[in-house]
Write a protein that binds this ligand. Structure first.
Ligand code: ADP
Length: 600
């Protein structure tokens, strides 16, 4: 497919396509697509490809094994990846590779993609993988952009695209405020289903972009922006296919005939759910999720703060308010550079020099925008009927105004398409697509995140912010910090936006990330989640007591997955067949993702 053809296809819509956009966002998505393709100079790949064969199996045996699988699942449900790699964009994303790759696209690439329709079919794929010792890599929607998208960690793995055919909402319970979903249910899809059924009293919690799956986001411990923002904490009950093919239900799901699977996550005995998130110990085929009650009203608010140095005192003001739930939602404190980029205007319109965009240019651009100039912007939400909101908002106002020059932005003064309103919708559980805009900052915009966690403390915020800026400056990269404030901790999410068609900028981005992870760890900070390319490095920083935790993870991996077929290397956990063969990616291994063979 050429770039022209890609650009001209119609954005897929729900319910015709499980990964489509809801009708209410169709125009917005179409406009977003147009802007993205306008900034695309990367030529489309034309080359027919020989499918990559994973290490450990001969080509002929591999092709024969795929044919065998086609016999079980139906030929049309086993797709060999021999076509040119098409990047698409957020709503029409590939399931064969990372469309925002920081390496060569052929590194984290699938050999084939398979489409099961039932848990039993997932079991048979797993049994097949064990029989032939072929690595498999499950995805739900494959929109984990910034962290690897749909790409497998081991080159030539067979991607199991669960979402395409397993996308049913199995239950929405309007009395218990819960639901039970399959892997292909996106936030867009769940939101639409709740509205369609007329359940106005139920809210969902959504991440910045609503196209990801409820399951994929929760198992990778993604966040949203209502009080139910910690998705993993809000799930209840899993059905999991183990790497040897057995299927289990966790929590109350293990008790036949129970009606508490989605209301009591623990059941009896060890709480096993934890080992199925950020791991490679199982394939989640069903998950329960709790839903939030409609709070009976809400009111978004935004404050801006003028100086860079306001960060520390502001975070110290936020902490007690957040812990006591006066600040009720997972809110965002964003730096002005990202607010400028959130308008979707390319950086070149502001600055064409090399190195990071100078701050005086950023401030000048911000001053011309509706929100006005600032250094930090806080986007929050207050829930409940007006008389309750009034008290909370008054406390917040008094506290935030302790920062000299703090301004409360009047939403009525902002145009309809202002970023503020996207944040407000997301914090009200309404999925959006607005967040995509800052990807247009560079041509062929791709992004990858550095995401360390810390307590909600001014000293920590300053330490991480200073570290981030210093290392970004070193590599000439614009610095986009955003603090995402949870209940007792905050994630600093720094999105590095780069031109994925520029080898030099890709290298700078990767070197910058490696420095960030390494130097943050020296200060005692670790990442909450990471991209495939950094998983080994990040896992390596969690090394207390001679890497006792990784040794435990490996012991579990070897017990559960003796043939090492399920997502080898994901989250830095390598099965025995791959260990000590140079599969880990570190600064020293450069951009090469493969090791030297696997144990027979
Ligand atoms: P999203 O659905 O948000 O687009 P992905 O499908 O890309 O997210 O999932 C993110 C990551 O989580 C995947 O790369 C995969 O490693 C893991 N994952 C996703 N779905 C499952 C699942 N059903 N079972 C096990 N791991 C999963």
């Amino acid at each position: 497919m050429g770039v022209q053809e890609e650009a001209s296809s119609v954005v897929p819509v729900l319910p015709a396509k499980h990964s489509g956009i809801p009708q209410y966002l169709f125009e917005k998505a179409t406009a977003a697509k147009k802007t993205i393709f306008k900034g695309r100079t990367k030529p489309a790949k034309q080359r027919q490809r020989v499918p990559v064969v994973p290490q450990g199996i001969e080509r002929d045996a591999f092709i024969a094994a795929l044919e065998e699988l086609g016999g079980q699942l139906g030929k049309e449900n086993v797709e060999v990846n021999d076509k040119p790699l098409v990047d698409g964009w957020y709503m029409e994303h590939p399931n064969t590779h990372d469309m925002m790759t920081i390496l060569d696209e052929e590194e984290f690439v699938a050999s084939a993609v398979v489409y099961p329709s039932t848990t039993e079919e997932v079991q048979s794929i797993v049994q097949w993988a064990n029989k032939h010792k072929i690595p498999i890599f499950p995805i739900s929607m494959g929109r984990n952009l910034g962290y690897g998208g749909a790409a497998p960690r081991v080159r030539g793995s067979v991607v199991i695209d669960l979402g395409r055919r397993m996308n049913r909402i199995l239950d929405i319970n309007p009395e218990d405020y819960t639901c039970l979903v399959e892997p292909g249910v996106s936030y867009y899809g769940l939101y639409e289903a709740i509205k369609e059924r007329g359940y106005d009293h139920l809210w969902i919690d959504v991440p910045d972009l609503g196209g990801g799956s409820v399951i994929g986001n929760a198992v990778d411990r993604g966040v949203g922006y209502t009080p139910y923002g910690d998705h993993w904490a809000c799930h209840s009950g899993l059905e999991v296919v183990l790497p040897t093919g057995e299927v289990i239900r966790t929590g109350m799901g293990a008790l036949p005939g129970n009606n508490t699977w989605q209301t009591f996550p623990y059941g009896f005995g060890p709480f096993s759910d934890g080992i199925f998130s950020q791991s490679n110990y199982g394939i989640v085929t069903k998950m329960g999720m709790t839903l939030m009650p409609n709070p009976g009203g809400y009111e978004g608010f935004m404050y801006t703060f003028p100086k860079e140095e306001d960060l520390a005192p502001l975070i110290d003001i936020i902490r007690p308010l957040r812990i006591s739930m006066i600040l009720e939602n997972v809110a965002q404190l964003r730096h002005v550079t990202q607010s400028v980029a959130a308008r979707g205007i390319p950086r070149s319109k502001f600055y064409s020099g090399s190195g990071p965009i100078p701050m005086d240019i950023v401030h000048k651009a911000a001053a011309e925008q509706p929100v006005g100039d600032h250094s930090w912007g806080y986007y929050g939400m207050c829930y409940g009927p007006e008389h309750i909101r009034k008290h909370k908002l008054a406390i917040i106002d008094a506290e935030f105004k302790k920062i000299p020059g703090a301004r409360k932005i009047d939403p009525k003064s902002l145009p309809e398409d202002e970023y503020y309103f996207a944040r407000e919708r997301v914090a009200a559980g309404i999925p959006d697509i607005h967040e995509l805009r800052w990807v247009n900052w560079t041509p062929n915009g791709a992004h990858i995140a550095f995401s360390p966690v810390s307590p909600i403390r001014g000293t920590d915020a300053t330490a991480l912010n200073d570290l981030g800026r210093r290392i970004h400056d070193k590599y000439g990269i614009d610095f986009f910090p955003a603090f995402i404030v949870g209940l007792r901790e905050m994630h600093l999410i720094v999105e590095i936006v780069f031109d994925r068609d520029d080898p030099e900028r890709k290298k700078a981005a990767l070197d910058c990330l490696r420095d960030l992870v390494e130097e943050a760890a020296k200060l005692g900070y670790g990442e909450y989640r990471t991209h495939l390319v950094l998983m080994d490095q990040v896992a390596g920083t969690y090394n207390w007591n001679d890497s006792a935790l990784m040794k435990f993870n490996e012991k579990l991996k070897d017990a559960l997955d003796p043939n090492g077929i399920l997502a080898p290397g994901r989250c830095g956990i390598w099965p025995k067949r791959y260990r000590n063969r140079g599969w880990e990616m570190t600064r020293e291994s450069g951009v090469k993702s493969e090791g030297n063979g696997v144990e027979p």
